[in-house]
Write a protein that binds this ligand. Structure first.
Ligand code: SF4
Ligand code: SF4
Length: 428
């Protein structure tokens, strides 16, 4: 095993606290991911990437910086990855999915704030995240209230550029968002000390579109009933896509899809039989947050689709590669990102319509709505999602939770009741 301690120390990591983190991750991974049966061989690559989550990939970031490249960290699918790549940058997702140093974070933040924000600050304060410590720039976005006020604190600890994300999608909001995309480009140009060329941006657009196409191909294979891949494995692929090298990820997702297509020809499924098909919808599930997906899948159902920012919202819709000139490309990038139906928007009819389309396309039996406690946008929007699904006769289960495991028993009981009800309906 390679010893990365010297590298972590140079990044300013607290080695003792970091050792503690690295000790708890393998058993969590074993419980949620490795314990699944009949996984595709192609998942071996993603298991390897996770096992090297703070090792090999960080070494690549360090090497990239040594050669003059930059690393930029983001917390939201609204930040255009293409711009960072065009600036010879590596883009890494920084949202965290585990409780770390929450007591410390609560010295800066109120207790009644979502786990995602508190744990993101916890990782920074505890000095246990080599990704954030590798970043030359953090790119935040004014989406929910919690995040935008959190960025004021984070910006005191590390250079941070904040993008203003509109809350509606009217003509002047589109203009505002377009100007914010341009402002990020300018900030990146200042950071690298030169202008980004149209050809660089065009190549970046093409690369990130290719990544989206690969992930969309995998999503298409999730339509299979019986399932070819578990929801947890699909979620893991998506979580890793936030920080892995895009070109390598495209290859590996491609190989995984080839394997799944071969398995389909041989009628080789992960369980061999139909099982209730669940759409998981709501807040993002950042690595290593698999709690709810595991509870669903160990209760006899499959997560057949995710309507989350760690799912389809991350890679749906492509940037128009035919756009003309630098300004045309920026327009096309802005237009693509404004199609993400985050619940910070109002009105947000498009999200309801998207959920209905997914329910139909993926032959969904029930929707499990996952909301993090104290997340106003998603907890409040649950009402309208439920209304829309009830009109269509789709069972809906609302779960409000956090990163702790204290509520596992209670969540499990409610999920099992839903799945038994759906399974009984299937039989009639
Ligand atoms: S849910 Fe909204 S704020 Fe959160 S990552 Fe997605 S787009 Fe960004
Ligand atoms: S989960 Fe909700 S409250 Fe938390 S950062 Fe995302 S949108 Fe904001």
């Amino acid at each position: 095993m390679t010893d990365y301690r010297d590298m972590w120390e140079k990044l300013g990591i607290d080695l003792e606290a970091h050792d503690g983190l690295l000790e708890v991750l393998p058993p969590i991974y074993e419980e949620h991911i490795l314990s699944q049966e009949n996984r595709p061989e192609g998942m071996g690559y993603f298991d390897f990437v996770f096992s090297e989550v703070h090792g090999l990939r960080i070494q690549e970031l360090v090497e990239h910086k040594r050669k003059g490249g930059i690393v930029a960290g983001t917390f939201c699918t609204y930040v255009p990855e293409e711009l960072i790549v065009a600036a010879n940058g590596i883009c890494v997702g920084l949202c965290s999915g585990a409780d770390v140093a929450i007591d410390e974070a609560e010295k800066y933040l109120p207790r009644n704030l979502c786990s995602l924000i508190k744990s993101s600050l916890g990782f920074k304060l505890a000095k246990v995240c080599p990704y954030i410590e590798s970043c030359d720039l953090l790119v935040g976005e004014a989406t929910c209230d919690g995040k935008k006020k959190y960025y004021e604190i984070l910006g005191q600890l590390q250079p941070l550029h904040l993008m203003e994300v509109p809350q509606m999608k009217l003509a002047h909001d589109v203009e505002l968002w377009r100007s914010e995309v341009r402002r990020l480009l300018t900030r990146l140009e200042e950071l690298i000390g030169r202008k980004i060329q149209e050809e660089e941006l065009r190549e970046a657009v093409s690369l990130i579109n290719e990544k989206r196409r690969a992930l969309l191909r995998l999503e298409g294979l999730r339509k299979s009933d019986p399932p070819l891949i578990s929801g947890r494995d699909a979620l893991l692929v998506s979580q890793i896509a936030f920080y892995d090298d895009p070109r390598r990820l495209i290859d590996k997702v491609g190989s995984l899809c080839d394997e799944l297509e071969e398995r389909k020809k041989r009628s080789e499924y992960i369980g061999g039989a139909h099982r209730p098909r669940i759409l998981l919808s709501g807040c993002p599930m950042a690595l290593p947050n698999w709690k709810v997906a595991t509870l669903i899948e160990t209760s006899g159902a499959v997560v057949a689709m995710d309507e989350m920012c760690t799912g389809i919202r991350y890679f749906d819709n492509l940037v128009d590669e035919e756009a003309q000139g630098m300004e045309g490309l920026l327009d096309a990038i802005a237009a693509r990102y404004l199609k993400i139906h985050c619940s910070i928007f109002t009105p947000n009819q498009e999200r309801l319509e998207h959920i209905s389309e997914l329910v139909e396309d993926y032959d969904i039996d029930a929707v499990v709505y996952y909301a993090l406690q104290f997340c106003d946008p998603y907890t409040i929007e649950a009402f309208r999602v439920q209304q829309a699904l009830e009109r269509e006769g789709i069972p809906f289960l609302y779960l409000e939770t956090d990163y702790s495991s204290e509520d596992v028993g209670q969540l499990s009981t409610r999920i099992q009741a839903l799945i038994e009800m759906v399974a009984a309906r299937d039989k009639t």
